[in-house]
Design a protein around this ligand. Structure first.
Ligand code: NDP
Length: 335
C-alpha cells in the first residue's frame, strides 16, 4: 500500500511516518504541503520520493491507496471528502472536523464508498490504557463510580502556533485534548457521555482560544467524570484515576504519546503495581488500520469514534461558553 501524506506536520514527522513504514508492504509515495519549499525539505528529511503543492496530484496517483491527513483541523473535512471521492482510504487526525455534522458527512462518505476511515486517537492504543480497560471490564474494581482525568500539560514551544491563536484553524485546548479524553472514557466504559458542564480560561497562552478547561460529564450508567485539560501547566503530571466499589486504579503519566507511566491497583489487600505492554502507540493504530484494509477487523478508533469524541468536545465548549449544563449532541448518526 502506497500512502500520500496530506500535511507536512509535526505529528507525521514524530510518529506517523515511522508507524506507516512499520507495516509490512506499506510505504509513503508523496507528501502534500501548501509550501513548495517546506514540502521539499520535509520530503528530503523523511526520504519521501515525491512532494507536491497540488492535492490533485495525490488523489489522481493510482499507486496511492490511502492518505494520512494531519493538516490543521479546519482542512480535514475538505481533504477527506476529496480523498474519498478519489477512492482513497483515510486515516484522519483528530478532531475529525470543526463540527459534528461535518465529521458525520466525512464518515458517511467513506462508508458509502466502501473505504476504511479511521480517527487517530492514540491513547486507546497504549499498553497502559488497554490494561486499565481490561481491569475495569474484568470487574477488578467492582462497579465503576467515578473517574478523574488529569491532562494538563505544557504545550512545547514548537507547537505554540495555530493551537494557541487561531480559532478558525481549530485551535484551543478543547478541540486538541478534550477529544482524546472523551475517546479514552468511551473506550474504557463502552458508553457515551450524555451531559457536560465546564469552565474554561485563556490564562497565558491562549489568544482568542481557551488554553485551559475543566469539565464534568455524566454517563448513562451514572458514572461521574471529572477532567482537566490545559496547555499552560509546566509542573503538572498527567494521569487517570478510576474509582470502583471494590477498588481503584491509579495511573500516573499515562496521558502521553509514549508507552510510559505507572499503574497501581488499590483494593482491600493493598496496593498492587500493574505491568503493561510498552509497544509503540501509533504503530498499533496503523497496524489495526492495515489489517482493516485487508478486511480483518476495525481500525483502533473508527470514524464513529471520531464523531463521538468531537461531539463531547463540542458540548464542553458550549457548556464553558454558556455556563450551562449541555446535552451532548451526537448528531444525525446512521446506525
Ligand atoms: P503542525 O503545526 O506541525 O502541522 C500542521 C500544519 O501546519 C501542516 O500541515 C503544515 O502545513 C503547517 N506547518 C507545519 N510547519 C510549519 C511551519 N514551520 N511554518 C508554517 N506552517 C507550518 O501540527 P501538528 O502535527 O501538531 O498537528 C496536526 C494535526 O494532527 C492536527 O489535526 C492535530 O490535532 C493532530 N495531532 C494529533 C495527535 C495525536 O496524537 N493523534 C498529536 C498531535 C497532533 P502544510 O502541510 O501546508 O505544509
Amino acid at each position: 500500500m502506497e500512502w500520500g501524506l496530506i500535511g507536512a506536520s509535526t505529528i507525521a514527522s514524530q510518529f506517523m511516518i515511522e508507524a506507516i513504514r512499520a507495516q509490512d508492504g506499506h510505504s509513503i509515495a508523496s507528501v502534500h504541503s501548501s509550501s513548495a519549499e517546506r514540502g521539499q525539505a520535509y520530503a528530503e528529511n523523511h526520504d519521501i520520493p515525491q512532494n507536491t503543492t497540488d492535492l490533485a496530484a495525490i488523489f489522481s496517483n493510482p499507486e496511492i491507496g490511502a492518505v494520512y491527513i494531519s493538516t490543521t483541523n479546519e482542512k480535514h473535512k475538505e481533504e477527506a471528502l476529496a480523498a474519498i471521492s478519489a477512492g482513497k482510504h483515510v486515516m484522519c487526525e483528530k478532531p475529525l472536523a470543526m463540527s459534528v455534522a461535518d465529521a458525520i458527512e466525512m464518515v458517511n462518505a467513506a462508508r458509502d464508498a466502501g473505504l476504511v476511515f479511521a480517527t487517530n486517537h492514540h491513547l486507546r492504543n497504549a499498553g497502559s490504557h488497554l490494561k486499565i480497560k481490561e481491569l475495569i471490564q474484568s470487574g477488578r474494581i467492582g462497579t465503576v463510580q467515578s473517574m478523574r482525568i488529569a491532562h494538563a500539560v505544557y504545550l512545547p514551544k514548537n507547537l505554540q502556533g495555530w493551537r494557541i491563536d487561531n480559532a478558525s484553524a481549530g485551535g484551543g485546548v478543547i478541540p486538541d485534548i478534550v477529544v482524546h479524553d472523551a475517546d479514552t472514557v468511551r473506550f474504557y466504559l463502552e458508553e457515551d457521555p450524555i451531559q457536560v458542564t465546564a469552565v474554561e480560561r485563556s490564562e497565558s497562552m491562549g489568544q482568542g482560544v481557551e488554553d485551559s478547561v475543566m469539565s464534568i460529564w455524566t454517563m448513562p450508567s451514572g458514572v461521574m467524570i471529572q477532567t482537566h485539560e490545559s496547555f499552560t501547566h509546566q509542573f503538572a503530571t498527567t494521569g487517570i484515576e478510576v474509582y470502583g466499589t471494590e477498588g481503584a486504579i491509579v495511573a500516573k503519566n499515562v496521558m502521553t504519546q509514549n508507552p510510559v507511566g505507572e499503574i497501581t491497583l488499590i483494593n482491600k489487600e493493598g496496593n498492587h503495581p500493574i505491568e503493561f505492554s510498552d509497544h509503540n502507540l501509533y504503530n498499533r493504530s496503523m497496524s489495526l488500520f492495515a489489517q482493516a484494509l485487508k478486511g480483518t477487523g476495525q481500525p483502533s478508533a473508527t470514524g464513529l469514534d471520531g464523531i463521538k469524541s468531537l461531539a463531547v468536545a463540542a458540548a464542553v465548549k458550549t457548556a464553558a461558553v454558556t455556563g450551562k449544563a449541555v446535552d451532548v449532541d451526537y448528531g444525525d448518526l446512521r446506525t
